[in-house]
Ligand binder design. Structure first.
Ligand SMILES: [Zn+2]
Length: 181
């Protein structure tokens, strides 16, 4: 199978790039104008030309990015996808493919969805915390307001006079008798 063979090539390329080995194969042919084959061609062990569709998005230093994306999507699918897109959107597509591939390698079951789910839970937790803090703030603001009103109010209730407990009830005398005969 071509992809598994290519993948074997990727692993060899990655290990040989990170840890130099005397048994590593010689580097692929260097294409003029690129300062070396792009990461994709290096991984795929093919000649990189001026027309290489992957070269603008996988510079030689980004070997691992292409290896990861290739591992998950396959080089032919990456190339096909890029060719179907306008050039202005290809860099973003490569960036998202590399991100998605890395997430899939990290989490083979959920991939990007796992990260999204985790972030959603974090958002929900933070929203609940925010709502609780907001409610606490409103409560404290109300307490503060009533306290300020009580301190600044000119109509404070008179202090209770224990010597005249019924003083409030002594008013004007009745104008009329209670009973008329
Ligand atoms: Zn290339």
């Amino acid at each position: 199978m071509e992809s598994s063979a290519a993948f074997h090539g990727i692993r060899t390329s990655i290990s040989s790039s990170s840890v130099p080995s005397p048994t590593s194969s010689p580097p692929p042919t260097v294409a003029p104008g690129y300062g070396g084959p792009c990461a994709a061609c290096k991984v795929l062990r093919r000649r990189c030309s001026d027309k290489c569709v992957l070269a603008p998005y996988f510079p030689p230093a980004e070997l691992l990015n292409f290896a990861t994306a290739h591992r998950v999507f396959g080089a032919s699918n990456i190339i096909k996808l890029l060719q179907e897109l306008p050039e202005g959107q290809r860099a973003d597509a490569v960036s998202s493919m590399v991100y998605e591939a890395a997430a899939r390698v990290r989490d083979p079951i959920y991939g990007c969805a796992g990260a999204i789910c985790l972030l959603q839970k974090q958002v929900e937790g933070l929203q609940a915390e925010l709502a609780q803090a907001h409610a606490e703030l409103l409560k404290l603001q109300a307490q503060h307001k009533s306290l300020v009103n009580a301190l600044l109010s000119p109509q404070l209730p008179p202090p209770l006079d224990a010597s005249a407990p019924f003083a409030d009830y002594i008013g004007e005398p009745w104008d009329e008798p209670l009973w008329t005969i």
